[in-house]
Design a protein around this ligand. Structure first.
Ligand code: ATP
Length: 369
């Protein structure tokens, strides 16, 4: 449906979109993800015809779009600030594209009613858009973008301004709506949660280039670089030296599940793979319980509390995330660690715990900088 071939857009000589190749199949939802300034919006604008490429091609339905103005490309756009017409009611906003195309009043009315039904705003035709909540306005903007039946729907930070709970609900609704309609969608967002919930495929951008592309599960479970890992929110990343299945790093010797050639690597330990022993009463109390550090964890060889297996850490802080807690740990050596555990098992701030690393929750990355 959409193909980008070495698409390049430069501003002031600097490539903001840099030789991007990307294909979106009919009915597929692709989310472009990346930090602010990585070129996501510019990519969308080039596809829509709102930014002129300096190189490469945009093909829609196999046809090169060079010289085709935005309104002839058959794409629907929905931007972050949803740009509704405040002086018009909901029906006039949703029906705008249809009126421009000359669709008759009666047909327009029917289409608008059907679209409002689809986005969960039955009977809202006569309401003033200024009197709607943020979430309702977002739905009106979506209905408006869908109204002319675009072959490609493009969303720029579609849910950016909404609060978290509403965003999570709307993402689920959007996904099932797009499935039902068979809509082809290219969305950009800097919010990983949104991208991963919405997309069939995720594209991670860095400085105008595609750093990784894959299904949400692939990208989440196998980030290809430290950049992607950190962008996804993983902070337990260190340089390491691999020998066999042991990665020697600042936290000690960490067993990994992957096979890779010996030598320098980057090591990611997912927070769920940082396993806690029972909190210790004092620095020199022995760890107990089934989660006590195992051989193969970051084994300590030094004296005192350091002689215990596992890596000793002080709990610096706790962030509550619904059904689990993220622990911010200060290890006796190496950079800070993040661990997750259940609410019930969360040790208090200031507690001393010992951790070991689950080999299955480690990922080897190219050597880190
Ligand atoms: N019209 C323009 N003229 C000059 N520079 C521009 C223009 N549009 C974008 N840029 C620059 O291009 C880079 C990429 O911008 P873009 O908006 O595509 O990034 P983004 O990934 O969408 O960021 P954000 O998430 O903040 O919207 C930025 O450095 C921006 O300042």
């Amino acid at each position: 449906m959409l193909r980008l071939e070495a698409l390049t857009v430069r501003y002031g000589g600097r490539p903001v979109v840099d030789a991007v190749d990307l294909a979106v199949d009919a009915g597929e939802t692709v989310c472009v993800l990346g930090p602010s300034g990585s070129g996501k919006s510019t990519l969308l604008r080039a596809v829509a015809g709102l930014a002129a490429p300096d190189g490469g091609r945009v093909l829609l339905g196999g046809r090169d779009q060079e010289g085709i103005p935005p309104h002839r490309r058959g794409v629907g756009l929905m931007f972050q600030d949803h740009q509704l017409f405040p002086q018009h009611d909901v029906a006039a906003n949703v029906g705008f594209g249809l009126r421009v195309r000359g669709t008759g009043r009666e047909e327009r009315g029917e289409r608008v009613a059907r679209l409002l039904d689809m986005v969960g705003l039955v009977g809202a035709e006569r309401r003033a858009v200024t009197a709607l909540s943020g979430g309702e306005q977002q739905r009106v903007a979506l209905a408006r973008a869908l109204a002319p039946g675009p072959r490609l729907l493009m969303l720029d930070e579609p849910l950016g301004q909404l609060d978290r709970g509403l965003r999570e609900r709307l993402v689920v609704e959007l996904r099932s709506l797009f499935r039902r309609l068979g809509t082809t969608v290219l969305a950009v967002t800097h919010d990983q949660g949104e991208a991963f919930a919405l997309a069939d495929r995720v594209v991670v951008m860095r400085d105008g280039r595609v750093e990784q592309t894959g299904s949400p599960v692939d990208v989440w479970s196998r980030p290809v670089s430290e950049f992607v890992a950190r962008f996804l929110g993983f902070s337990n990343v260190v340089p390491a030296t691999l020998t066999g299945t042991t990665a020697q790093c600042a936290w000690g010797a960490v067993e990994v599940a992957e096979d890779a050639p010996d030598g320098p690597v980057g090591l990611l330990v997912r927070p769920g793979g940082v396993r806690l022993s029972e909190p210790l009463a004092g620095h020199d109390a022995p760890a107990s319980g089934e989660h006590t550090a195992q051989p193969g964890g970051a084994a300590d060889t030094t004296a005192g509390r350091d002689a215990l297996p596992g890596l000793g850490c002080v709990v610096k802080g706790r962030t509550f995330r619904g059904d689990h807690v993220v622990l911010h740990l200060d290890p006796e050596r190496g950079p800070d660690l993040e661990a997750t555990c259940s609410l019930r098992a969360a040790p208090a701030e200031g507690a001393v715990v010992r951790v070991r690393f689950d080999p299955e929750e480690t990922v080897l990355l190219p050597p880190t900088g």
